[in-house]
Design a protein around this ligand. Structure first.
Ligand code: HEM
Ligand SMILES: [Cu+2]
Length: 629
């Protein structure tokens, strides 16, 4: 009931009584089962950060194995018990670490932590709505996500440990509970966790789409929306269309595991025993997985792109270059990402003609990607740049997107991918684009919108320290991996030094591990800054970055319903920075065109009847002034 009441003032302006009718907030309804999109955004953020730290620590554990494959660390046994007998990681547990690291990072951090945080925080605030279309479903979306996290982590506390077949859970390892340690109960928990996660994503996505389509404030037509909103919108559509396919794949897998069906298996022998399956195909699973899996990488990167576009425009004090081209390239990426999944399957023995088709569609994605990159660089070009920590992280995204995207063109070529598949070259590629570019977009967003979320500023010096250590660290970690991959070092190997030809890479692996440890330590500087600033940071003003978008018109003190009075109306696009003839270098979206007549340009009036009237009035007074002279 209360949520409906909140929405009322969105449309009818008849509620002059302010917010007197709000229900009493208790601790439980304010912080735990909140239906306020701002609070839910913070819940996603805090959970996402916690999961990121867990996944990061897992990666340090398996990196230690790669750096010192022959050494025992008694401390490991103390910490991990039966998973590290005699101070050395159990090989099957190593695979579980890799699996859970990947799963958490891709789904829980970069999907829920990134989209969940910023779509929730920004969609109502930037389009001018009191809240999401369904605040209740929004709350459920968070709690399903939380449940998914809890189930995934609980698998560390069962006897055989978590799932081990890799984050792509290919059968047969995922389909035969007896195949390895991580194929048993841990795998079942993985699947259940994923069903919760997907339900959460779908509830979130449906809310984002319906809020953006139906609840924009007066004047906020589609072409006046900030690029963040465009990115969140298209990301939500991508998720709604592709996640259900993974649910289907997962449910069939549960059938294969538990109910004796054989969708994914045929002719298989385990420990010399012929298994009864027949008629299925593991390749079917790969199709179902990558039909989500590839769009998933754009579900991860597109919100980060939107966030960075916004931050780069604000901090170069320039309009974003090629706004329409930016939107069309996001749309292009969204459409194309559904027809390229086969590039993950070049080595499955697919017909070379089909491989060629997937190769061409894959390489075409390079076009909208290049458009975006060009436009970012053009936005920065001759800008009056403010190097805030957020800006540095946004520029970092551009850097990683270029260096990681280029290797995507290599991998997109079937003939090259057949050699590079499942080597460290692939690991280097996707860690630069996902692991680095998307994470940098997310961090940029945290630094930029922290004052909006918590009413305080983060410490800049710690921000710079965090940026430089992470930026240099990420390149030191992932760049050498390309060379290992070109030399044929496979991914997911516990003891690569068993192969004489690979022993020469030991020193490189040690180097990478130390670089990873240092970048991991830098994240604790961030964590300290984050927690410390929530309570003791400098108090934020309403619009600390002098930005144009609607969220900065809302008061620093959070209100359920966002604006105390009417929702502000919008008169212009969000990128009026440094307009020639304007008094200030930013003009907010809520400033009517009539207040900035001397700095308006013809396209400001396109499709704007009220504006045109204003313009003719103004030209008439100009004319009569001339005559008086
Ligand atoms: C834009 C963001 C991108 C992200 C987040 C991303 C992410 C990923 C991930 C996670 C994998 C690993 C799959 C596995 O576990 O084997 C992968 C592999 C691959 N990526 Fe990307 N990618 C991106 C862009 C591109 C681009 C632009 C291309 C091509 C033009 C590309 C082509 C490939 C190919 C062909 C593979 C398969 C390699 C193999 O399985 O051997 N990716 N990518
Ligand atoms: Cu792909």
């Amino acid at each position: 009931m209360s949520t409906l009441a909140v929405h009322d003032h969105g449309v009818g302006h008849h509620h002059e009584d302010g917010h007197g009718h709000h229900h009493k907030e208790t601790f439980l309804t304010k912080y735990i089962f909140s239906q306020d999109h701002k609070m839910i955004g913070k819940q996603f953020l805090v959970t996402g950060i916690a999961m990121a730290f867990i996944a990061m620590i897992l990666s340090i554990l398996f990196r230690i194995q790669l750096a010192y494959p022959d050494k025992a660390f008694p401390l490991m046994e103390t910490l991990l018990g039966r998973f590290a007998p005699e101070g050395r990681l159990d090989p099957e547990f190593y695979l579980s670490l890799v699996t859970i690291h990947g799963t958490i990072m891709v789904f829980f951090v970069l999907t829920a932590g990134l989209s969940g945080t910023f779509s929730n925080l920004l969609i109502p605030l930037q389009v001018g709505a009191r809240d999401m279309a369904s605040p209740f479903m929004n709350m459920l979306s968070y709690w399903f996500f939380f449940t998914a996290c809890a189930i995934m982590l609980s698998s560390f506390f069962i006897q055989k440990g978590p799932a081990g077949p890799g984050w792509t859970i290919y059968p047969p390892l995922s389909a035969l509970p007896t195949a390895m340690k991580g194929s048993g109960m841990g795998m079942t928990l993985w699947l259940i966790s994923m069903v919760f996660f997907i339900a959460s994503s779908l509830m979130g996505g449906i809310n984002y789409v319906s809020t953006i389509l139906n609840m924009r404030t007066k004047g906020m037509d589609l072409w006046k929306m900030p690029l963040t909103i465009w990115a969140f919108f298209l990301t939500a559509i991508l998720g709604i269309l592709s996640f259900p396919v993974l649910v289907a794949g997962v449910v069939l897998l549960i059938f294969d595991r538990s109910f004796g069906t054989s969708f994914y298996l045929s002719d298989i022998v385990v420990n010399g025993q012929i298994m009864p399956m027949e008629g299925g195909s593991p390749i079917l699973f790969q199709h179902l997985f990558w039909f989500l899996g590839h769009p998933e990488v754009y579900i991860v990167i597109m919100p980060a792109m939107g966030i960075s576009s916004e931050i780069m425009s604000v901090n170069s004090r320039k309009p974003i270059f090629g706004y329409h081209a930016m939107v069309y390239s996001l749309i292009g990426i969204t459409v194309l990402s559904f027809i390229v999944w086969g590039h993950h399957m070049f080595v499955t023995g697919m017909n070379p003609f089909l491989g060629g088709v997937f190769m061409i569609t894959t390489l075409i994605i390079a076009v909208p990607s290049a458009v975006k990159t060009f436009n970012w660089l053009a936005t920065l070009w001759r800008g009056n740049i403010r190097f805030t920590p957020a800006m540095l992280f946004a520029i970092g995204l551009v850097s990683f997107f270029i260096s990681g995207g280029i290797t995507g063109i290599f991998l997109g070529n079937a003939a090259l991918d057949i050699n590079l598949h499942d080597t460290y070259f692939v690991v280097a590629h996707f860690h630069l684009v996902m692991g680095s570019a998307a994470i940098f977009g997310m961090l940029a967003g945290v630094y930029h919108w922290f004052p909006k979320m918590f009413g305080r500023m983060m410490d800049e010096k710690l921000g710079y320290l965090h940026f430089w250590l992470t930026f240099i660290g990420a390149y030191l970690v992932f760049f050498p991996m390309h060379f290992m991959g070109l030399d044929g070092v496979p991914r997911r190997y516990y003891a690569f030094t068993e192969f004489v030809s690979m022993q020469q890479w030991l020193s490189v692996n040690t180097f990478i591990t130390w670089a990873a440890i240092i970048s991991a330590l830098a994240q604790f500087a961030f964590l300290y800054n984050f927690i410390h600033s929530i309570f003791w940071g400098k108090k934020a003003t309403q619009n600390p970055w002098e930005a144009n978008t609607l969220e900065w018109t809302a008061p620093v003190e959070h209100l359920h319903g966002n604006w105390p009075g009417e929702i502000p109306s919008v008169y212009r696009w969000p990128y009026d920075y440094s307009k020639p003839g304007a008094e200030e270098d930013f003009i907010m979206q809520t400033t009517p065109l009539s207040q900035t007549m001397s700095s308006n340009v013809p396209h400001d009036f396109e499709d704007n009847a009220a504006g045109l009237e204003e313009l003719s009035k103004w030209t008439n007074t100009q004319k009569s002034n001339e005559e008086v002279k």
